[in-house]
Ligand binder design. Structure first.
Ligand code: E4P
Length: 217
């Protein structure tokens, strides 16, 4: 399972990269705004900075909602660095743009996916990644993890190469459950990634080992 970090915060990206387990980064316009990154040039420079920090895929989202605009923006983003994955919304023109980019060998991430039908369309359009937002489904009392299971079944039935990128991950149980269900990738905050490290018995055990070591010295 690949681990992506879902942030535009360079310090957090550095920290996850230093852990040695990071496979990529996802961003979106809200995450950029949260870091105070606004304006086209600043956003472009920020993507370049992220690509320098990590080795893997970096999702960069288009703002246009029409086919021509998405193609223009996506081509400019893809030209920044081979690590860039063009992130497209799950709307009619987004599906068309996904087909356009996939036929040109440019990586895509179809975002804002909330149903199995949407995921099926993304795969048919040749998406590299499909991003079901499991946390936002949970927020409206729907089973986000069930969507991962449904997409896994559909993709396996037909051998679709599109990777399931579980997005809107909020906590460690989301990560573990996505891994059990066979999600190819998860993207989440640093807190959820680092949360995987923690177990009280590890802390208690380590404290005892160190105390016993001191007794003998
Ligand atoms: C995915 O690519 C999105 O950036 C993200 O996971 C959305 O998460 P949120 O629901 O926590 O905003």
């Amino acid at each position: 399972m690949k681990f992506f970090i879902d942030t535009a915060n360079l310090e957090q990206i550095k920290e996850a990269q230093a852990l040695g387990i990071l496979d990529g980064v996802t961003t979106n316009p809200s995450l950029m705004a949260k870091e105070g990154i606004t304006g086209e040039n600043n956003i472009i420079n920020h993507y370049k900075a992220i690509c320098e920090l990590v080795d893997g895929d970096v999702s960069a989202e288009v703002i246009s909602t029409d086919f021509d605009g998405m193609v223009k923006e996506g081509e400019a983003l893809a030209a920044l660095n081979p690590q860039i994955v063009v992130k497209l919304p799950m709307i009619k023109d987004g599906v068309k743009a996904c087909k356009y980019f996939s036929s040109k060998g440019i990586k895509t991430n179809v975002t804002l996916v909330f149903s199995a039908g949407q995921a099926l369309l993304a795969a048919k359009a040749g998406a590299t990644y499909v991003s079901p937002f499991i946390g936002r489904l949970d927020d409206i009392s729907t089973d986000g993890l069930n969507l991962i299971a449904e997409i896994r079944q559909i993709y396996d039935n037909y051998g679709f190469a599109t990777e399931i990128l579980a997005a809107s991950v909020r906590h460690i149980m989301h990560i573990i459950d996505c891994a059990k269900l066979g999600s190819d990738v998860m993207t989440g905050p640093l807190s959820a990634i680092e949360g995987l490290l923690k177990h009280p018995l590890t802390d208690i055990g380590l404290a005892k080992f160190l105390a016993d070591y001191k007794k003998g010295n």
